[in-house]
Design a protein around this ligand. Structure first.
Ligand code: ATP
Ligand code: MG
Length: 262
């Protein structure tokens, strides 16, 4: 049975997509079977996994509207295979922006993805869902499907404040729609230890959230930022870079945590 995680933070540009594709690649590298789902109409996680969003005939949009199943719509990337960290991709493109409106009339609209995932549950060890920077019907579909949420965050002044909305949303979804849901952990990303403020916020995070803060810290690393323009996660693009190594360490931490959970 796959463990299903959303990578979510309603704040834009905090590193959700970078975390999703690199964790997917890191998990694949350590032998896990992974499905990556792009729930963002921007399609960055799709492109960053080596799949051209403009050429996709079937996407997560078709799955949400029940005009295709996940086995029909998932794709694979030759680039990832060459990089030795292959995972399946349920892609997204601009079409997905319309799903929100088209789903308004539908019944059980927040559980569409969950239902579709039931069919492939035994084919994967991990399903990772890249959420858009909003608390929309798309994000809600992600949260309803998941066992937990991974929250990437930058250690900046307003970081804790921004978390309150997300924590409240997760509580509401747990109470009303998905009793399983919990925060798996907060992941410190784009971290620069030379910046005193980042150290201070990091300490505050640990004081507030204790064990919910992952041990692994993802450094600011230019190779992680360059990799998407080659259609690859940093883990595949430059495995020896500090950023890639941090994500492989994070993948191992996830495997250990999940092993301890179940
Ligand atoms: P959005 O809210 O738009 O979906 P996001 O939360 O998915 O954004 P990313 O796209 O992952 O954020 O990252 C934002 C930018 O920061 C990107 O240009 C990415 O390449 C860069 N970036 C992310 N993580 C790192 C890192 N550890 N080091 C350097 N650059 C990074
Ligand atoms: Mg993103």
């Amino acid at each position: 049975m796959a463990k299903i995680f959303c990578v979510a933070n309603q704040k834009g540009g905090v590193g959700k997509t970078t975390t999703t594709v690199n964790l997917a690649a890191g998990l694949a590298k350590v032998g896990q079977r992974v499905l990556m789902i792009d729930l963002d109409p921007q399609g960055n996680a799709t492109m960053g996994s080596g799949v051209d969003k403009r050429k996709l005939e079937l996407t997560v949009y078709d799955v949400l509207l029940e005009s295709a199943s996940i086995p029909e719509a998932r794709a694979q990337s030759d680039k990832l295979k060459e990089g030795g960290c292959s995972y399946d991709i349920l892609g997204a493109n601009r079409e997905l922006a319309g799903a929100e409106v088209e789903m308004v009339e539908l019944e059980r609209r927040e559980k569409r993805l969950k239902q579709a995932l039931a069919e492939v549950n035994d084919q994967y060890d991990f399903v990772l869902i890249d959420c858009p920077p909003s608390l929309s019907m798309l994000t809600l579909n992600g949260l309803c499907s998941a066992h937990g949420v991974i929250v990437p965050m930058q250690c900046e002044y307003f970081a804790l404040e921004g978390l309150t909305d997300l924590v409240n949303t997760i509580k509401q979804v747990k109470a009303n729609l998905n009793d399983d849901l919990q925060i798996i952990g907060l992941l410190r990303v784009m971290f620069d230890p030379r910046i005193t403020l980042q150290q201070q916020v990091s300490d505050q995070l640990k004081a507030h959230f204790g064990d919910k803060v992952f041990d692994t810290v993802i450094p600011r690393n230019v190779r992680l930022a360059e990799a998407p323009s080659y259609g690859l996660p940093g883990v595949a693009f430059d495995p020896s870079s500090r950023g890639a190594q941090a994500f492989v360490a994070f993948a191992k931490e996830m495997v250990a945590r999940i092993g301890a959970m179940s």
